[in-house]
Design a protein around this ligand. Sequence first.
Ligand code: XMP
Ligand code: MG
Length: 183
Amino acid sequence: MEFEHVEGDLAKTLITEDELHAKLDELARQIESDYQGKDLLLVGVLRGAVMVMADLARALNRHIEMDWMAVSSYGSGTVSSGVVRILKDLDSDLTGRNVLIVEDIIDSGLTLSWLKANLESRGAASVEICTMLRKPDALKVEVDVKYCGFDIPNEFVIGYGLDYAEQYRNMRGIGVLAPHVYQ
Ligand code: XMP
Ligand code: MG
């Protein structure tokens, strides 16, 4: 879906589809070089990371595997609770694997710092994080992020996998939701 179909719901457009793809190409080249000669398991966090995973995986000119987890740290609202629950676990055994967690966004950092520690405890050779977006002003815990697409302001964003009440995930770019939508 293009911006123009939900223009009235957006306060502003933040990142275009072209900018997202250019950034993913850049990250893919770094990842190829860092993981040369090593196996690579991409772990996507459902549901927000679906678009990032699909585009990053195809931007990588090498063999990869993909697996998925679903965790929950949010209710239906827009504020992190800090409580992480596994809704769907991985199918893969992580023993000795090089794991790259693929995320849409790091907000407080609570979800990812918990997830990284959780995957490390399963005997992975390495666990790193790749996120498309990060909100530096919202961070509550330090998270070691190896690959980050864009640092963005502390506003609620939608599109490219990110939702408000399960809507807008199929928007091609990323935008800031207009307050009238959620007030
Ligand atoms: P934390 O705070 O634990 O949260 O880093 C990460 C998860 O929170 C969701 N999230 C958002 N979803 N627009 C969204 O659509 C946002 O601006 C936003 N900020 C956080 C997201 O699911 C992410 O995985
Ligand atoms: Mg979400």
